[in-house]
Design a protein around this ligand. Structure first.
Ligand code: ZN
Length: 211
């Protein structure tokens, strides 16, 4: 849809919403609200537009003379909205990866961009986690038939990947059961799933970073 038409239709809907909740959309404080909301949706629902999808640059592990074969981690905040009530989800992500020595590595700052891209959709926490992991895993994976350095792990996928999301859902805090609390979801792949020591290293790091 053309941007102008889209903005126009959004404003109409917001104005209608204001009336339906019992407001007077023509009063001073609300006059510019439909336009403000219409513009804001570009930002907080940017994940519906593929032009906003982050480009994740990857490098060959070892290309700078160092082979990374230990856990690399990143953590940060995220903001999303639940698909059941369209109310905010506010939380933190904890991401860890063990690169394949013969595979690819990525700039860890890119994790935040992938998190934000998928968070700016209506979500449930479980699906958000899966979308983030799938995107990062696929980008790091080298299929069998490419790759110039054959090794024992032929597919050359990351050795491990983990993502913990911990978030407060306002639809649980301000309505319904009206209870605060964090919801935690965990996704583990590779040795984080199969190796007790590797999993413990990741989960210990997550817990020591908890906010
Ligand atoms: Zn909800």
């Amino acid at each position: 849809m053309k941007q102008n038409l889209l903005m126009e239709r959004r404003q109409k809907v917001v104005k209608e919403m204001l009336m339906l909740i019992g407001e007077d959309p023509s009063r001073d404080g609300l006059k510019d609200t439909p336009l403000r909301v219409a513009k804001m949706w570009n930002e907080i629902f940017g994940g519906y537009h593929s032009k906003n999808k982050p480009i994740i640059t990857v490098f060959n592990n070892g290309s700078d003379g160092i082979v990374y074969d230990q856990m690399a981690c990143d953590t940060g905040r995220f903001y999303s909205n639940c698909e059941h009530h369209m109310l905010p989800i506010i939380g933190s992500y904890y991401f860890g990866v063990v690169y394949n020595p013969q595979g690819k590595i990525l700039g860890l700052s890119k994790v935040a961009r992938v998190v934000d891209y998928f968070a700016t959709r209506l979500q449930v926490q479980e699906r958000l986690g899966h979308q983030i992991v799938k995107e990062l895993w696929n980008r790091l994976e080298i299929p069998n038939d490419i790759g110039d350095r054959p090794g024992p792990n032929k597919k050359k996928e990351p050795l491990a990947m983990g993502l913990v999301l911990e978030a407060k859902h306002l639809c649980k805090s301000m309505r319904g059961v009206k209870k605060d609390g964090m919801m935690r979801t965990t996704i583990l792949k590779g040795t984080f799933k199969t190796d007790i020591a590797a999993r413990a290293e990741f989960i210990d790091w997550v817990n020591s970073n908890g906010r």
